[in-house]
Design a protein around this ligand. Structure first.
Ligand code: HEC
Length: 195
């Protein structure tokens, strides 16, 4: 059996190995990008961020029943922000959260009907960005759904459309950590960092 480390190191002189004092980060630097008019560019590849939680039909809206459909929500946190959250327990500047929304679907299959529901038609992509240099409140909210096609850019919503509900109901820094098991769990196990 070949010695794996030797194979991996072949061709690299030992003297060139990087110092190991700071651990290498696997996270590609993802930061919010804006168009000239200040719109946010649709974050590509958000499905490769850290998946923090999902919900079905979750809403504070009193009008929910009128819509009939219950939507699936999938929430992702960009990896750089996630790693910071793991270490410090807070969301750094330039954090981005993406929430993809799907219609609930079910299927009748033969005489034995398939039970339960799955994520059917894609409905929208909503994004939250923490960028205090740009937005007075710190967090800004965007929606990339635009009818048939998804929008490439989106303008921030007015405070009363999105921000206020997040500020009022979200458990931590405008983010609904209470509904995201991956972050919730971290919080519960977080070592007491003295800094
Ligand atoms: C009435 C309350 C309410 C309003 C208004 C609201 N949200 Fe949210 N939002 C929620 C709740 C509850 C969640 C928790 C996750 C879920 O829905 O599955 C959430 C989660 C999110 C997330 C995932 C990240 C996070 O912050 O937790 C994004 C992105 C988001 N909302 C975008 C928006 C946008 C864009 C608007 C405005 C168009 C908006 N929200 C308005 C209640 C609200």
């Amino acid at each position: 059996m070949p010695l794996l480390p030797l194979v991996l190191l072949s061709g690299i002189a030992i003297g060139e190995l990087p110092e190991t004092s700071s651990p290498p980060s696997a996270a590609p630097a993802v930061a919010p990008a804006y168009a000239e008019d200040g719109s946010l560019l649709r974050p590509e590849g958000f499905e490769e961020w850290v998946f923090v939680g999902a919900s079905l039909g979750l809403s504070y809206s009193p009008h929910k029943a009128e819509y009939g459909d219950e939507f699936f929500h999938n929430v992702y946190l960009d990896r750089r922000a996630y790693e910071h959250y793991v270490r410090k327990g807070e969301f750094p500047e330039k954090s981005m959260l993406a929430m993809s929304v799907y219609k609930q679907a079910s299927k009748a299959e033969g005489p034995a009907k398939l039970q339960g529901s799955f994520e059917g038609e894609f409905v929208s992509l909503e994004v939250a960005v923490k960028d205090s240099e740009r937005f007075e409140e710190g967090w800004a909210y965007f929606d990339f759904s635009g009818g048939e096609t998804q929008k490439r850019t989106a303008k921030p919503f007015a405070r009363e459309k999105c921000y206020n509900c997040h500020a009022e109901h979200a458990s931590e820094d405008n983010v609904f950590v209470q509904f995201y098991p991956v972050l919730r769990r971290l919080k519960a196990d977080a070592p007491n960092e003295s800094e």
